[in-house]
Design a protein around this ligand. Structure first.
Ligand code: ADP
Ligand code: MG
Length: 348
């Protein structure tokens, strides 16, 4: 059988690394993005610039590809649904619909007996003013937030006065957890009960943006097993195909909560390019393209630092050691709080 041509919606660093992984196993990629300077242009075989609701451009993209995936969850559901009428889309649009909305996502977890932080749906400032029980808390927009965007910390009731809620948006108020640690589990599901799973990554955030990840995570066996079991349970229940990441909180009483589900490859797993025989990107490409899975093995422990904003400049001139790997996302402009690259160190 001829290898399928893979369409990827989104042209950022995840689209770049997916294209790169595809190239290594002889799979051609077409990237579709609404950003002219998309970094993935440097890695894919073909690039199409268009808005995510431009039917003609999407049709052109569809014709050129056999199977379609996406690098971020905020793609209009209707666009994915339309593509799905004639081409395979993985993960399925219905899954993305749940996961792109923080409220539907938390309801899904609750229905599956998976612990999340307490939460309430907020539609207006009036709703907020009635709340006493879950302060301190974080108010988040239900859709379209990432890297802490669209999030507001509420430490005391007076903080609510300063907030300007957009009446066209839905919000979720989440109880603030006293974090001992954050971990994530990444797995790639190929079909029913068939998956490759990575051990949990330990993550540190700064200003709500991932800054640092490492394996092994310093966690006890119970948390290790539970985080893996819950992740498998989530992927099976969603009948998920491809790479998925589950982000977890561990509080100061060693209690485990699911924070959120990312229906895609994830920043905390970038080191798998260098620490494992098969990276999270290659596993994703293999699964969505219907290739067989290869037993995924760890070669090394590792650490990854995210290069945010100006961090990138010093790494561009740094001498790179044998066990170090520098990834420059080749973004045209350096912006504060923007992920510009990452740096991985494997520990031999
Ligand atoms: P994003 O979609 O931007 O990744 P998250 O909900 O994962 O949004 O929040 C980003 C980070 O902010 C988390 O990884 C965590 O460090 C912090 N955070 C978010 N919600 C909470 C919470 N309820 N309690 C404590 N910390 C939180
Ligand atoms: Mg997150």
């Amino acid at each position: 059988m001829k290898n399928p041509i893979l369409g990827i919606i989104g042209g950022g660093q995840l689209g770049s690394m997916l294209s790169d992984a595809a190239k290594k196993i002889n799979i051609k990629t077409v990237v579709y993005s609404d950003v002219e300077d998309s970094p993935a242009q440097n890695f894919c075989d073909e690039f199409i610039l268009g808005k995510y609701d431009d039917e003609k451009k999407i049709e052109e993209f569809k014709i050129k590809t056999d199977v379609i995936t996406y690098e971020f969850e905020n793609i209009p559901f209707e666009t994915l649904k339309k593509i799905e009428s004639s081409k395979k889309v993985y993960p399925k649009p219905e899954i993305n619909k749940i996961v792109q909305n923080r409220l539907l996502e938390k309801n899904f977890l609750k229905d599956n007996n998976i612990l999340t932080t307490d939460y309430i749906h907020i539609k207006s400032k009036d709703d907020l003013e009635k709340i006493n029980e879950i302060i301190p808390s974080i108010l988040k927009t239900c859709t379209l937030g990432y890297d802490g965007k669209g999030q507001y910390k509420i430490e005391k009731k007076e903080d609510i006065d300063k907030l300007n809620l957009d009446p066209s948006k839905d919000y979720i108020l989440e109880k603030f957890i006293n974090l001992e640690k954050e971990i994530s589990v990444i797995l790639t599901r190929y079909s029913k009960n068939k998956y490759e799973i990575y051990e949990p990554f330990e993550n540190k955030h700064e200003e709500q943006i991932l800054k640092f990840s490492k394996i092994p995570a310093k966690i006890n066996t119970e948390i290790y097993n539970k985080s893996k079991d819950w992740s498998i349970n989530i992927a099976e229940t969603l009948d998920y195909i491809g790479t998925i990441c589950i982000e977890f909180f561990i509080d100061n009483e060693n209690k485990l909560y699911v924070n959120e589900i990312a229906p895609r490859v994830h920043n905390s797993g970038h080191m798998t390019i260098n620490t494992h025989n098969i990276s999270q990107f290659e596993n994703h490409v293999r699964a969505v393209c219907g290739l067989n899975n290869i037993e995924t093995k760890k070669y090394f422990n590792g650490e990854m630092i995210n290069l945010i904003g100006n961090d990138i400049t010093k790494y561009r001139n740094k001498k790179i050691e044998k066990n170090e790997f520098f990834f420059d996302y080749l973004k045209k402009e350096i912006k504060a709080k923007r992920k510009m690259g990452h740096f991985t160190k494997v520990i031999k």
